[in-house]
Design a protein around this ligand. Sequence first.
Ligand code: BG6
Length: 489
Amino acid sequence: MTSQIIPVDPFDFIIFGGTGDLSERKLLPSLYHRQRDHQFSEPTRIIGTSRSKMSDDEFRAFARKAIEQHVAPEYIDKAELDEFLARISYVAADAVSGEGFEELKAAIGDSTRIRAFYLAVAPSLFGDISRNLKAYDLITPASRIVLEKPLGRDLDSARELNDLVGRNFRESQIFRIDHYLGKETVQNLMALRFANALYEPLWNSAHIDHVQITVAETVGLEDRVTYYDKAGALRDMVQNHLLQLLCLVAMEAPSSMDADAVRDEKLKVLRALKRINGNEAPRHTVRGQYRAGASAGGPVKGYIEELGKDSGTETFVAIRAEIENWRWANVPFYLRTGKRLATRVSEIVIEFKPIPHSIFGDGAGPIFANQLVIRLQPDEGVKQFIMIKDPGPGGMRLRQIPLDMSFAQSFKGRAPDAYERLIMDVVRGNQTLFMRRDEVEAAWSWIDPIQQAWEGSRQDVQGYTAGTWGPSASIALIERDGRTWHEST
Ligand code: BG6
């Protein structure tokens, strides 16, 4: 990708959970890439913190290993890596007791530089950390706090978390990450809609038949047994990533890219989502759990065997959602996501209405409705499916072809990880790609009744074989309406 690097102001980046998985896999590698692209100004520092006692050098060794493991070798530049490691230091601190916060304060010093406190820790620590940051007088006007999901497990717990953090930080200082919003293609969705005059006149119930949003994964539980079994796919994926995608597809044009202008529009969509209550849940939702099968080229265990105990947690969800406003009246949004599915693909399909009348005879073949397929990952790109005449003699035979724009082919180079963009936005203080408190709460308000309906009625979790597209009920969910899931390959 051809990119333009705009340096950010000097900053101190303090990672709570510095020795954890997120720091290792995403934060340190992303920061390294920004260093390599010369986006930092001096002096910029990175301070790791966690409960473990560790010297600066030991943490630097941890960071070096993280980068060597998670950055492709062709991007590892020895001089840049050394320079990067020289920015790093470490302070042991206990989030609950406050032990070590004095040392943290001494390490940060009393500069007025931008300070980003990144909480890559369990949400149960958000309250304690923000309280101690305040108690030890570490919060300056130029400070921001970054929160990682899960932001609650229902509306009440989300409110509680927001209250705890909100006692110590203003909303304009709180950056709630949904890493999907940092993906290039997700931002491109906004460009597609609002930088082109072509689609907007058609972007409504008069011309769009329905929308499909699929986020399919081939991975299973990975190492997240405890978290995942308590969460399930509805909380883990739908409450955040899928609803954020739905918002970007469905929102009105904001007046600008200003954070609140965009978030106001997303909030309206979330509030317009039709509640799915107990009676409707069986008809509008499907929950599934993978059984043993084959995925990513080999045999894999079922969820229960992987977990090592019985569980009713869903690893697959499909939902028929409706947005109650003028633009989207009677346009269903079909959402589906799952682990151990047939292939890894995230895409949004906008299916337009069929033509009102065909002038071609039977010999022309079927005329398919136009589809706009926005592929978020992998093989990022946009395809507009249209009907054309099959070239050559043989009468008027019609054929569907894609106008294909593959981003990978159009833009050469490395596609930055979502975290790179998001971390730089934290430093810039730009909240456009972060969730506001009311958005998170509105999303939970829609999710809670579904979760309650499932728990109340014990709506069956349907088994599906690993490596397939989920339970057959998910196919029935869309086919009952005379539609089919787009075949993603
Ligand atoms: C995370 C979920 O938020 O997103 C994971 O907790 C999921 O369960 C992941 O695997 C998917 O992210 P990506 O970027 O790989 O699509």
